[in-house]
Design a protein around this ligand. Structure first.
Ligand SMILES: Nc1ncnc2c1ncn2[C@@H]1O[C@H](COP(=O)(O)OP(=O)(O)OP(=O)(O)O)[C@@H](O)[C@H]1O
Length: 387
């Protein structure tokens, strides 16, 4: 599927402004972005439901918007966000609606294997036992699986999913994404809008970050899910790490503090700064670190939290260059935090001398946020009422 330069307006407002996206066979593309970014609008346009003001969507060479709705539905299936049903059809019959694009009163043989595909879709989505139950009498999570089964029965080249895991318990979230992954690994193409960035990063081959109707970033999850990209697209402060089990990016959203633009520089040595970085980053401060030993625990903590660090080689003295870079951070910082253990280590005493405002922290790491907030007030960076 290739979507090129899509422009879509709704109610006189431009909702998508030049969006391009492609999905190869065997690829799951995750669509992420803040509320109102245009994800649903994009999926509806890719499905052919909305006609763009400009741009095109091609599946296997065909322009989706030039096809009849039945022909488009033989190529693209949609799992919508809403799973509300106003009619009490049996679960089986809802899933069988996926075969509608293949049925014709004049040529019933066209859908000879339709019944088998419906049964297979019910089974794959663990719905066989609910097949005769009215769809209005199953749980919200089960209804979402019914919609997924309908899309499977539709047997299309491309599947578009709008929040496929919304409202599912943790077990069914994973089972649903495993199922989508299986389909894709069988050679299909899928695009899924997913709000959970950790799950999106874990399951998708590529992510497209949509913000304000434009593609903000696109690429493999590890390249796209970064603290800076998430701040720009979502206006969110996050800590981005690596999930120790899956090895894919993990995202921890953090609180927006009133003084979140304050720059806090932490002097390191040994593992003295390790416990200080997390509470400061969690508080949302712009944290820099150093000098720290290259590959040491302080450095690892800074890397995990995606914070810039000035490093020095193990066993070496702090070079002039490293000193200058750390001194520049100290001069520019609103507060310099000095772990008590590290006060007299290496070049730290000289670096403290160039800082305007310093805070010395003993091993009570949790107290560092309060000490920094006090120092920011002392220096006039924030007022008490802004806290
Ligand atoms: N029919 C419409 N007329 C005018 N504006 C609309 C219409 N439908 C959607 N919008 C607007 O288009 C923007 C994008 O909506 P869309 O539902 O595509 O976003 P989304 O990224 O899917 O959001 P969410 O994550 O909240 O589901 C929103 O600002 C929405 O208010």
């Amino acid at each position: 599927m290739d979507a090129t330069d899509l422009v879509v307006s709704l109610g006189g407002t431009t909702i998508l402004d030049g969006v391009s996206l492609s999905v190869e066979a065997g690829e799951l593309v995750g669509l992420v972005g803040p509320n109102g970014a245009g994800k649903t609008t994009l999926l509806r346009t890719l499905a052919g439901y909305l006609t763009p003001d400009a741009g095109s969507v091609r599946v296997d060479g065909d322009d989706v918007h030039a096809l009849t709705s039945k022909a488009a539905s033989r190529r693209v299936a949609v799992v919508p966000q809403s799973s509300a049903f106003s009619f009490d059809f049996a679960v089986h019959d809802v899933v069988a609606m996926g075969r509608h694009p293949y049925r014709s009163r004049l040529r019933p043989a066209d859908d000879a294997d339709g019944a088998a595909r419906v049964e297979a879709a019910l089974e794959r989505c663990e719905l066989t036992d609910l097949a005769d139950r009215p769809v209005t009498a199953v749980s919200g999570g089960e209804r979402r699986r019914v919609l997924l089964a309908r899309a499977l029965a539709q047997d299309t080249l491309v599947t578009l999913l709008d929040e496929p895991t919304a409202g599912l318990d943790v077990n069914h979230q994973i089972r649903t994404l495993d199922l989508i992954r299986d389909l894709v690994d069988d050679g299909r193409r899928a695009v899924a809008a997913i709000h959970d960035l950790g799950l999106a990063a874990r399951y998708c081959d590529r992510l497209v970050v949509l913000s304000g109707g434009c593609v903000h970033a696109a690429g493999p999850p590890a390249e796209v899910v970064t603290r800076d990209a998430l701040r720009d697209a979502f206006d969110a402060t996050t800590a981005v790490g690596t999930d120790p089990v899956t090895g894919t990016p993990s995202v921890t959203p953090l609180t927006h503090p009133a003084d979140r633009d304050a720059h806090v520089h932490v002097l390191g040595a040994g593992d003295a700064a390790v416990g200080l970085l997390e509470p400061l980053v969690t508080a949302g401060y712009r944290v820099t670190v150093g000098p720290v030993v290259d590959g040491g625990l302080d450095h690892e903590a800074a890397r995990r939290l995606d914070r810039p660090a000035v490093t020095t080689p193990p066993f070496g003295a702090v070079s002039d260059d490293a000193f200058e870079r750390a001194a520049a951070y100290c001069r520019g910082a609103d507060v310099v935090v000095v772990p008590d253990d590290a006060r007299a280590v290496g070049a730290n005493a000289r670096l403290v001398a160039v800082a305007d405002e310093t805070v010395i922290v003993d091993d009570a790491h949790a107290a560092v946020r309060g000490l920094v907030a006090d120092a920011l007030r002392r220096s006039g960076t924030t007022s008490a009422s802004a806290e």
